[in-house]
Design a protein around this ligand. Structure first.
Ligand code: CLR
Length: 443
């Protein structure tokens, strides 16, 4: 990858306040050589967890693995600060692996919506993502709107959830860093089991950096299991009794911080005097326009201007009777020279032998700008990116004039997710027959 040291993100973004993600044209040096469709497929890196889920005879154990999958899907975002290419309307991506296959399509350009449908022997996983960007000044907040659905046909079960928000800090000065926070509610629509997982903001002393925790409950809201870990590293699970005992015995450890992991109150009024005194001495102020707890700048304040929060390793919990459900693969040793890609991400743009003949001509592996960036041709990539964006604009203009020429996605149609009742893009089937016919020439 190229050094971004000579470029200022802020000089580009300050002109984009309030704009949609897809309308922002950024110099290609801020990109990573993947399309957002490929980036979305990174949700699948730990797809084996869905097989593990399907193998469990007990719905609560199945829920544990579905939770582990939902968290693992976000692990590759850690330290990934390149902007994936905006998919062109009608762009597709497919990936076939021994244990699953997935097809994606950019189904809408304004607003940008990407849909995916994956199936394996034991599961179906589908959804659509409409990333919404908000500028807060020093940071960019991204809301990945849309629901994802997992089906386990063997059990006739359906699970749904929405992904948490993501925030990129230090847009104006300092080092960029990425945070994911919010609550994720995973619902088993067949049994009524529910998991509520909280992705914590880094907080004042970064003690909560990357932390995730929550409970699995039955349909009567009785807590059955406690899940805890970090979205960057691992997820463990213990039964409710062990959790309670552990926190009773170790209350003193958490007391000085003013809260245990079960108490999620972040508001300043709950902050013990000692902590407030320390905050004052650090000159960490509370912003007046936002409450501290819901401002996306909150994590950044912890580290001071332009710094990265460091993880406090002294605060590590390991509760008796826990099982590890998931552990992240370490990144390749040289990944800092390769956009901080995971090994999985590094494989996504590969055209493997024999693929050329099979691929749909709209597949992002065939996008010249992405390929040029991957090969280190920055000027070539920039020129191709401009060409493709202009071509897309021309095509849209030409279509506008003619009746009945509206764009319709080829592999998905807008419908209602029967489980959530919400609008969703549903796979219409047929991609894997590979009768692609005359493809739209989008590249
Ligand atoms: C995070 C996980 C969500 C889906 C999702 C949507 C949009 C992605 C985001 C993820 C990760 C961060 C992201 C963002 C779009 C732009 C942003 C890639 C995958 C990058 C880091 C912004 C870079 C621009 C800076 C240079 C300002 O479920």
């Amino acid at each position: 990858m190229f050094s971004r040291n000579d470029f200022s993100i802020w000089s580009v973004l300050k002109n984009c306040i309030g704009k949609e993600l897809s309308k922002i044209t950024m110099p290609v040096v801020f990109n990573e050589p993947l399309s957002f469709l490929q980036r979305m497929v990174e949700y699948m890196e730990y797809a084996h967890l869905l097989r593990n889920a399907s193998e469990q005879p007990d719905p609560v154990l199945r829920m544990q693995y579905v939770c582990a999958f939902a968290v693992s899907a976000l692990a590759s975002n850690w330290d990934r600060l390149g902007k994936p290419f905006n998919p062109l309307l009608g762009e597709t991506y497919e990936l076939e692996r021994p244990d699953f296959r997935v097809v994606c399509e950019q189904v809408s350009h304004h607003p940008p919506v990407s849909a995916f449908h994956a199936d394996g022997d034991d599961f179906i996983f589908h959804g659509s993502i409409h990333p919404k960007l908000k500028f807060w000044g020093k940071s960019v907040e991204i809301q990945p709107k849309g629901t994802v659905t997992v089906q386990l046909p063997k059990w006739g079960e359906v699970y749904t959830w929405s992904n948490v928000n993501c925030c990129v800090h230090n847009i104006i000065v300092g080092k960029l860093w990425i945070e994911q926070y919010g609550t994720m509610e995973i619902v088993n629509h067949s049994t009524g089991h529910k998991a509520i997982l909280t992705f914590k903001p880094a907080g004042w002393f970064s003690k909560d950096l990357h932390r995730v925790e929550g409970f699995i409950m039955d349909k009567h809201k009785k807590r059955l299991h406690f899940l805890y870990g970090k979205w960057t590293e691992f997820i463990r699970c213990t039964n409710y009794a062990s959790y309670e005992e552990y926190f009773k015995e170790n209350a003193h450890k958490f007391k000085s911080e003013g809260k245990g992991p079960s108490n999620n109150s972040d508001s300043p009024s709950h902050t013990p005097k000692k902590v407030l005194a320390k905050l004052n001495s650090l000159k960490v102020g509370f912003k007046s326009q936002n409450s501290v707890s819901d401002s996306p700048e909150y994590g950044a304040e912890a580290a001071g201007v332009g710094e990265l929060p460091k993880c406090d390793s002294t605060y590590s919990i390991d509760i008796p009777n826990s099982t590890t459900l998931w552990e992240a693969e370490p990144r390749p040793a040289n990944c800092s020279e390769y956009y901080q890609f995971t090994l999985f991400a590094m494989s996504l743009n590969e055209i493997e032998p024999g693929m050329e003949k099979k691929l749909c001509s709209t597949d992002c592996r065939l996008r010249p700008d992405i390929r040029k960036l991957e090969n280190g041709d920055l000027d070539g990539a920039a020129a191709e990116k401009t060409r493709l964006e202009e071509k897309q604009r021309e095509t849209r203009k030409a279509r506008k004039g003619k009746k009945g020429m509206d764009w319709t996605p080829r592999w998905f149609c807008l419908g209602t997710n029967p489980y959530t009742g919400q609008e969703d893009w549903l796979y219409t089937g047929g991609y894997w027959d590979r009768n692609f016919g005359p493809d739209p020439q989008i590249f």
